[in-house]
Design a protein. Sequence first.
Length: 503
Amino acid sequence: MNAPFAATTLEKIRAELAAKPTELFIDGKFVPALSGKTFDVEDPSTAQIFAHSAAGDAADIDLAVKAARRAFEGPWGKMTPAQRARLMIKLADLIERDGDIIALTESLDNGMPYMMARMGMIPGAAEQLRYNAGWATKLHGETITPSWPGEWQTLTFREAIGVVGAIVPWNVPFMMTVAKLAPILAAGCTVVLKPAEQTPLSAVHLGKLIAEAGFPDGTVNFVTGFGETAGAAIVDHPGIDKVTFTGSTEVGKLIVRNSTGNLKRVSLELGGKSPCVIFADADLEKAIPGAAASIFGNAGQVCAAGSRLFVHEKVYDQVVEGIQNRARTIKVGSGLLPTTEMGPVVSAEQLERVLGYIETGAGEGATVGVGGGRLEGEGYNSGYFVKPTVLTGTVSGMRVVEEEIFGPVLCAMRFGDDDLDTIGAKANATQYGLSSNIWTRDLVNALGLAKRIKAGLVRINGGPGLDPALPFGGFKQSGWGRENGKSGAESYTELKSVTIALA
Ligand code: NAI
Ligand code: MG
């Protein structure tokens, strides 16, 4: 099979990245970090350093926040919603124009299959901007009939919250970056965004497109750097009105504690340990590949991954065998190979973490049904490749069942003719509550379980990826607030009530 991209595009990207470190995008210009420091950027399929990026820290964040404030109080804040929407739509078009470059950069940096980036993340990012551009002109207050006696009128203003700090993880970097920006821009806010240190590169290209589209300087600022320095400085900065974070529950809690200085608003999209419940009457031809895709897609590095499988005992053997067969045949490899279905995990740290969990599971008494370790051999030895893995004989209480692994590791469990309360309790036996999957043809089981599950998303018989129109976020320790949909755009606004005495 031929590569689905031009070799010259890849060579050009590599040459540009090798020539000089990428820079911060502050106030509409590309600049090095004030400290002059840079950090290594690694290709997870070879463990080779192929780029360097500016290591921004508190001083750079401060410059970016000041630029964002000037844009908010100046040119961006003064634009009409329709003008903002037009710029957002223009940016969506530019992302599609440069889809090959961005997808290749993303695949090199994160390891994800090129086709997944090109066919999934690029159109998904463009749609986020177009969808949210629609909200720019439709976020407004209300006139309210007062309850108090007398002659007066009340109304609400819905106003942009101000300068937002956004902290993004490495698992779907480009798509997540754009999904953060789109509602922030629709609401009329400005932003300082920090990409993850593992995957800084696609945001740099996005900075070029933001400048080209004609956004006023300072509207969007990208500061690449580490969590403990640049990320912490965002959380601490008194000039930031809201922090939006996607990442680990551990850092989410730290952000809550460290954001109290100015009581900035905080929204959190954290981890998950999402259940996938397959009833005996399910259409197994769809449920088996659906359950496999939910845990092996993006090497399991997905917050909504279906990592706990519950199957009715009548079809348990058939389902688990089907998923294991899929695990055996998934083509694992470099994201740049046209045949690759699953890439490496993002880093040596993530590899250790995932392998550590597999070992822990075996130590706790789980059986490795398929996979269960690092992929070795030609083409694999230097990269961070994990075998698609199914653990059977897992029970609640095991760490592999309770903790987020964030790798291609599924824990399979069975249930009998239990009532929905019992099945719901099993599905809910986790600190998380981000997503869930139900497979059945029975309406009562489908909706009855959907009502019992404590999670922000229930997918019945499959479903699309995350939809920009559909609110997404966590119950319990999976987070605070909802992204996407009207609620996502409104979360970057403050409501102000106004009263007018008419007599
Ligand atoms: P992390 O939560 O440390 O990193 C996510 C982002 O937070 C990165 O941009 C990082 O630079 C930043 N960050 C780290 N420490 C910070 C701090 N003190 N203040 C401000 N920002 C900070 O996640 P990590 O360590 O890369 O992955 C560990 C585990 O977290 C994964 O194995 C997975 O279980 C979970 N995770 C969940 C994600 C999700 O989408 N829900 C995404 C990434 C990780
Ligand atoms: Mg971390």
